[in-house]
Design a protein around this ligand. Structure first.
Ligand code: GLN
Length: 473
């Protein structure tokens, strides 16, 4: 088997058994990145990855056997890696060098990972297609004319094209699960608080989480085991014990909930048949399937597009042409520095979100929008809690259909916002969700199904996904 097709678990095993060296592994993956350069998934390959591989070989020769020993990883370009550029795919931050490591970076490095490079994304993680990147669109790994999804499109494409076995992305409203679905791989959005957000460039802090892409369930579970856990640098990180996610449980007796509102919503959508087939498959293999209700789930999308821009507005205020970012050279007064630098630094979608956010927070609109959205969020959280009294897991489509053509949604932003219709509820409720590859659309591109559980039950999700991967094989 070619090195680049190996999973992270296999790579580590072969390296520890001395069948491969880290250097060989890194060379093979960097070659693969070059081979598929035209997909524009990776913005930069880090020069020091070969040096780091050599150092790791020495460490391993001296007995080191970390959980990611010698495993090459690609990171989304909004995760700080000390000394490396972290641009968030924005012109504004194109030269910004990370001054320290995100906690997830420290964690993967201490387990022996080698970070190969940074992946393209929608600017500041706002978007669903990677078309909002200041550095060009990433292409779908299975159809060059289509988008890979977004905002973590580069990270998803990189895993699907074997540029690395695991990559890191981030989620605020679906940015890991949707591209995972479009690229035919696994994508996890963990429970809010499961993974530290320290060193992740904030979009909407109450929703943001690091997410994981992989081609196998095991690799995904392995990565979560490494990066989950509390962190004194992130007060929203949870003290909840980190499970041994690779120790899959027997899940045949679990009850799977099908929300009737989602069945209704999906009627007439390209995902409808595939969703039905998944439900039928569950029944055929003897899983108990139960109809449940998430009464207000259709309110999640408008709620998200109030809360996320509101938080983005305040998080992005720090990018002002004075700190971090590039400054307009003609500006003379402080006001002009702010105005001109922000006008030329931010892309169109980011500006739209900032305006939306300021609007919903402004006097007169705050009560009508922001406050109401927070109240709806409270309701959604309790509807999920009630639903999980009736079932162990909830399944629903990840996306409306398969990947769409590049440039096909240029005019109306609402068309793109609708992409998030099935994903945002997990973010609003703070619960974990894994998109698994299942089925194909009418153009032969992959579709995904998401498996959702109560907070901190990622182990149940992985166990279920593992069982389903054997059934589908
Ligand atoms: N597509 C959503 C948005 O544009 C989700 C983004 C994300 O999860 N980062 O806001």
């Amino acid at each position: 088997m070619e090195i680049v097709s190996l999973s992270a678990v296999e790579i580590r095993e072969k390296i520890l058994k001395k069948e491969l060296t880290c250097l060989q592994v890194v060379q093979a993956f960097v070659e693969q990145i070059k081979k598929y350069e035209k997909y524009n998934a990776v913005l930069e390959v880090f020069d020091d990855c070969f040096e780091n591989a050599k150092k790791m070989d020495e460490k391993i020769a001296n007995g080191f056997d970390g959980k990611l020993a010698g495993v090459p990883i690609i990171i989304k370009d909004n995760i700080l890696y000390d000394g490396k550029i972290c641009s968030c795919s924005s012109k504004f931050l194109k030269d910004f060098v990370a001054p320290y490591n995100a906690t997830v970076i420290d964690k993967i490095l201490s387990e022996g990972a080698i970070i190969l490079g940074r992946a393209n994304m929608d600017e500041f993680a706002m978007g669903s297609s990677t078309e909002n990147s200041a550095f060009g669109v990433t292409h779908n790994p299975l159809d060059f004319d289509c988008v890979p999804g977004g905002s973590s499109g580069g990270s998803a494409c990189a895993v699907a094209l074997n540029m690395c076995p695991i990559s890191l992305g981030t989620e605020t409203g679906g940015s890991v699960r949707q591209p995972a679905s479009y690229c035919g791989i696994y994508g996890l959005k963990p429970t809010y608080g499961r993974i530290s957000r320290y060193g992740i460039v904030a979009f909407a802090s109450s929703l943001d989480q690091v997410g994981i892409f992989s081609r196998t369930v095991e690799d995904n579970a392995l990565m979560l085991e490494v990066i989950a856990g509390s962190d004194e640098n992130d007060s929203t990180s949870s003290n909840e014990k980190v499970d041994n996610y690779l120790d899959f449980q027997d899940v045949k007796n679990l009850v799977v909930g099908i929300p009737q509102e989602i069945v209704e919503m999906s009627k007439g959508m390209p995902c409808q048949n595939n969703y039905q087939q998944f439900i039928n498959l569950l029944k055929n293999i003897g899983i108990t399937v139960k109809t449940i209700s998430l009464k207000d789930i259709s309110l999640c999308l408008p709620t998200y597009y109030i809360l996320a821009p509101a938080e983005a507005t305040s998080n992005l205020a720090r990018f002002d042409g004075v700190k971090y970012t590039s400054r307009n050279q003609e500006a003379k007064t402080l006001q002009e520095i702010y105005k001109k630098s922000r006008s030329e630094g931010f892309g169109k979608e980011v500006k739209r979100r900032i305006m939306l956010g300021n609007y919903v927070l402004s006097a007169g609109s705050y009560e009508a929008y922001y406050k109401k959205a927070k109240a709806v969020q409270g309701k959604i959280i309790s509807e999920f809690e009630d639903a999980f009294e009736m079932c162990d897991l909830i399944v629903m489509p990840t996306t409306i259909g398969e990947a769409f053509k590049i440039g096909s949604k240029p005019t109306n932003p609402i068309d793109t916002y609708k992409e998030d219709i099935f994903t945002v509820s997990a973010n609003i409720a703070g619960v974990p969700s894994l998109s698994i590859p299942f089925g194909k659309g009418e153009h032969g591109l992959p579709l995904g199904i998401q498996i959702i559980s109560k907070k901190f039950e990622e182990k149940k999700i992985y166990s279920f996904a593992k069982m389903m991967s054997k059934v589908v094989e």
